[in-house]
Design a protein around this ligand. Sequence first.
Ligand code: CO
Length: 137
Amino acid sequence: MEQLLTEIDHVAIAVHDLDAAISWYERAFGATVEHRETVESDGVAEALLRVADSYIQLLMPTREDSPVAKYLERKGEGLHHVGYRVDDCAKALESVKAAGGRVIDEAPRPGSRGTMVAFVHPKTSFGTLIELVQEPG
Ligand code: CO
């Protein structure tokens, strides 16, 4: 079948202190923040640090009931999800469903940077929370 994944869009890491994490990536790797955004609907503040055509996405919860807050409580800091870039988020999501994958988002929705995104449940993807990311434009 046709390959639907075009790039690793981002690797997302859940942290308690966004500024401390940014500072460490700057000091350890010389990485710089390209974009910062608070996504109210997801209850997260994020910073994107560019690496070639991909990003490291540092994620910090903005409220106690956000999914990332619950994740930190349960598992502590660390790898939260992987974003796979796709040309057509809706098409990729249908393909996941057709392959028997359980999805969190039934349809694509707005993500950060003007992207369209959909999450795939880790239960049917071998323990990894996957975000399908369609770039703007
Ligand atoms: Co993400």
